[in-house]
Design a protein around this ligand. Structure first.
Ligand SMILES: Nc1ncnc2c1ncn2[C@@H]1O[C@H](COP(=O)(O)OP(=O)(O)OP(=O)(O)O)[C@@H](O)[C@H]1O
Length: 243
């Protein structure tokens, strides 16, 4: 569905991503992990058409991204780390505004189910600016996925959300994936990763250093790497029950 062929990205001549080659199959659930500053968000922005590669090619259904940006934007839902909402509106007004702004036909059953999972009915009458960070993130998630995208690109979707809500959201994302929706998400949370994904991309300093299954991570030579990367792999092994 998506193929990255030797893409690189530089900002002001500073290389951020180096020669990334990988593919994403339809219906897959792919977790992107790596230390802070590894380039994960930058990669997700390229996949979401927010940024363009400096070199290399991104393909969507075997055709270059650059020829079909509109089509891709319609079919993806991108949840950024930054939350942009109309702060002055009540939650219900916010939701109604975004529903009206959506260019897609809204699927009421899907949207109501999402509302229930996120429990947004509890805060419908509150002003957005008065919500806690976790509630804002839930609202942001709801609005970003309102148009029922085929592919969800999620930058730490449950960061800052309390554990009970997090578990429900992860279960809901799992069900979405089982219904055929492709998930590509960044996470630092092993519960989320083990629940949602069989395949992981591990990035370090702008490079793709591992692309494989959870279990393969056990055999990944983390000792070849130092510092945070080794710690990430160690944490994964502990989560999977192997030390
Ligand atoms: N617009 C930009 N201009 C210049 N440098 C940038 C820009 N965006 C990102 N960078 C740099 O690119 C590098 C990778 O950043 P990125 O946000 O992609 O990392 P990340 O792996 O998502 O990190 P984190 O886990 O902390 O969110 C960082 O050194 C960052 O400072």
């Amino acid at each position: 569905m998506i193929r990255s062929e030797a893409i690189t990205k530089s900002y002001k001549r500073k290389p951020i991503l180096h020669d990334l080659t990988f593919h994403i199959n339809p219906g897959e659930s792919l977790g992107i992990i790596g230390p802070n500053g590894a380039g994960k968000t930058t990669l997700l922005k390229l996949l979401a058409t927010i940024e363009k590669p400096s070199s290399g090619t991104l393909l969507f259904e075997d055709h270059p991204y650059r020829n079909q940006v509109k089509n891709i934007r319609k079919r993806i839902g991108y949840i950024s780390q930054e939350i942009a909402l109309f702060e002055g509106l009540k939650v219900k007004e916010q939701i109604n505004s975004w529903r009206k702004l959506s260019a897609s036909v809204i699927d009421d059953i899907y949207v109501n189910n999402m509302l229930e999972v996120l429990r947004l009915d509890e805060v419908m009458n509150q002003r957005t600016e008065d919500l806690s960070g976790g509630w804002k993130r839930k609202l942001h998630l709801y609005i970003g996925l309102l148009h029922r995208p085929e592919i969800c690109l999620l930058d730490e979707p449950t960061a800052g959300i309390d554990i009970a809500a997090k578990v429900e959201i992860i279960d809901w994302l799992k069900k979405l994936n089982e219904s055929g929706v492709t998930l590509i998400y960044i996470s630092h949370d092993w519960y989320e990763l083990t629940r949602l994904s069989k395949r992981l991309l591990l990035m370090d300093k702008g490079e793709l250093v591992f692309d494989g299954g959870m279990k393969d991570l056990l055999h990944f030579a983390a000792n070849d790497y130092s510092g945070e990367l080794a710690n990430i792999v160690r944490a994964g092994k502990e989560t999977l029950g192997h030390n």
